[in-house]
Structure formats: C-alpha cells, structure tokens
Design a protein around this ligand. Structure first.
Ligand code: MG
Ligand code: ZN
Length: 270
C-alpha cells in the first residue's frame, strides 16, 4: 500500500466499547463524491487500464451519449469482462488508485473529530469500486452510508451495474440526482435523531453532477469544489450571476488540507 506510507495504512481504532451505539448527535454532515474527489482519477479509467491494449475500442467510445454516463459505464464493464479481464485484476487496479493529495490527512483529521462529523459517500461510480477502495485504504468505517449504483459480478465474470434510483430532477442523469439523495438522507436522519437536524452540511466534489446537491445547501453550509474543475467553474458562474439558487459558502480546494483547514476554523468558531 504505497500512498499511505509510514506510519502505515490508515486503520481506524476499534471503538473502546464494541456495543457502543453510534453517536446520534453529530453536529455536522459531510458528503463526499468519489471519482476525482477522494481518489485522484476516474475509477472507470483505472478498470480500462487493465485491458490488454489499455484502451477501449472506438465503437464503444463513440457510443457515449451526453448525460448518459451510467449506461456508458455499464457497457465498459461488460466489454472488460468479455475481454477476459478477471475480478482479481480489476480489484488490484482499483486498490492501486492513489487518493487525492491531502485526503489521508483529511480522513485522519475527521477520524479524530468523529463525534462531530457524520460522513457519507454520494457517487455515480458503483458499490464494488467504492467498497473495494475504501476497505483497502482502511477508511471504510468512517462512512455511515455509501450512495451509489449497485454492482455485482455475474456468472460470466462481468461487473453488472444497475441504476441507483429514479427521480424527477430535470437537471440530472436518469440514474442519479445527488440533491434528491442529500435531501432524503437529511430528512430521514432528522427523524431518526428525534427531530434534531444537522447544524451544518458540507459537500465535497469536483464534477458537474456535484452542482445539483449544492443547490439544497443553506447559508451555514459549505460547498467544497475542486479548484478549476467543472463544479467549481459552474458554481463561480452561479455566484457571478447572483443566482438565488446557490446560498452556501463556496470553498475551492486543491488538496484535502484546504478542506481540513476550513473545517478546523469552523469547529473552533462554533
Ligand atoms: Mg467526481
Ligand atoms: Zn438533480
């Protein structure tokens, strides 16, 4: 495990009391995108890299339709399986993807403030890639929930993807609206917590499909957008046009350290 280096992989301490129920009173909710946010590349590209020629045929690339990434991704996985690529080599390729700079330290920071942060992943990748990577990195237990497209290997050894849900948002791809996920999660958790909502919500992302969820954030909340990536550019445009739809704070990040610094300030002030 090359990137965690010394002092070794980030392994979470086991709770001192294994019967201890999870904290219900965490003040902050933190949502993370996966591809190009937690990890430094697109997980589909990592899977493609294990193909004998390390690339997709033109007919497959040309079949991509704008706004239908999930469908494209499913075709890629079927193709990879048909080329005889094994589950083991896909797993190895996913585990090898480096985290983005500073994210190991960010996760250490969040682990040391576990009582304050409830963490979830919201991603258009798939359960197999995300579970595999987080487990290998030793950070799976930091996340209370993973919202992503279900996936499983079929009898022919192909990774089969299914859409996460259906929704009525006109802005998002058919299989996933991250705002719908965010709003439902916040509502469910508030109910489970006896009517106590989160004080603040933080959303960390990079892509254009990370914009929709930020439209549900309030003035206390923060959208962490990867600097110079589509989410950042789109949110800057919204701010410049003084769109009333975006009410949150916008904090660009280039590394996990930028996010940790900002969270630390907020923790000290609240
Ligand atoms: Mg992303
Ligand atoms: Zn949406």
């Amino acid at each position: 495990n090359a990137w965690f280096g010394s002092p070794g992989p980030l392994k979470m301490a086991s709770p001192s009391n294994p019967n201890h129920s999870e904290p219900q009173d965490r003040r902050f909710l933190m949502l993370f995108d996966f591809d190009e946010t937690i990890i430094s590349e697109n997980s589909d590209d990592a899977a493609v890299s294990v193909l004998p020629g390390q690339q997709l045929p033109a007919w497959l690339i040309n079949s991509y339709r704008e706004g239908h990434y999930h469908e494209f991704s499913a075709k890629i996985m079927a193709y990879i399986g048909d080329q005889g690529v094994t589950k083991e080599s896909i797993q190895a390729a996913i585990e090898k993807i480096p985290p983005n700079p500073g994210f190991v330290d960010l996760f250490r920071y969040l682990q040391s403030h576990q009582q304050d942060f409830e963490m979830v992943v919201v991603s258009d990748a798939n359960t197999y890639f995300i579970e595999t990577w987080l487990e290998h990195a030793g950070v799976r237990q930091l996340f209370r929930k993973i919202f992503t497209n279900p996936s499983h290997f079929d009898a022919a050894g192909r990774l089969v993807l299914r859409p996460f849900h259906s929704h009525s948002c006109p802005r998002c791809p058919e299989n996933m609206c991250k705002q719908a996920i965010l709003q439902e999660y916040v509502a469910v958790r508030e109910k489970e917590r006896g009517g106590v909502g989160f004080q603040r919500v933080f959303y960390v992302g990079d892509g254009s499909n990370d914009v929709c969820p930020t439209q549900a954030l309030g003035p206390q909340d923060t959208a962490f957008a990867r600097r110079d990536y589509p989410m950042h550019r789109l949110l800057l445009e919204m701010q410049q046009s003084q769109s009333a739809k975006f009410k949150a704070n916008l904090v660009p990040w280039a590394s996990g350290a930028d996010i940790a610094d900002c969270l630390d300030k907020i923790i000290r002030e609240t």
